[in-house]
Design a protein. Structure first.
Length: 139
């Protein structure tokens, strides 16, 4: 029950931050991220290195593939496979981050995506999870 309340609060807060800041702070993969974090706070995919690094790495890969590979279907496949490979090599695997390059390629994002919604959203998620969620969910 606590995990569900944290997911509710975090997603609602992300939507509110988006409205107040006038910039996006929420992408679909964040729905999966908060489920992983709040349901499995001690799991390997809930380490800051994983959820922050995984999303950041996958986003950069998605943006690079978008700019270098002219065929969307090929870019999507390369971005997905390369993201997983690099997450494995850097030990930043976060399953929800696998969807981040898809969002970029399907919606034709610019490099600004790294600031918002990605950066802003991850800051909010990390703040809620690391300050409140991790401790309260273990008790």
């Amino acid at each position: 029950m606590k995990a569900s309340l944290f997911v509710f609060f975090t997603l609602s807060f992300l939507a509110l931050v988006s409205d107040l800041a006038g910039v996006p702070a929420l992408i679909a993969p964040f729905g999966a991220t908060v489920v992983i974090l709040f349901q499995f706070p001690a799991g390997p995919f809930s380490a800051p290195r994983s959820y922050l690094g995984g999303h950041a790495l996958a986003a950069v890969v998605g943006l690079v593939c978008q700019h270098l590979i002219p065929h969307q279907a090929l870019a999507i496949g390369v971005a997905g496979g390369l993201s997983l490979y690099l997450m494995r090599v850097t030990r930043t695997i976060h399953p929800a981050a696998g969807a981040t390059p898809l969002v970029i390629l399907l919606t034709h994002q610019t490099w600004e995506f790294l600031l918002y919604p990605l950066g802003l959203g991850l800051v909010v998620i990390a703040a809620v999870f690391e300050i409140f969620g991790r401790k309260l969910l273990r008790s």
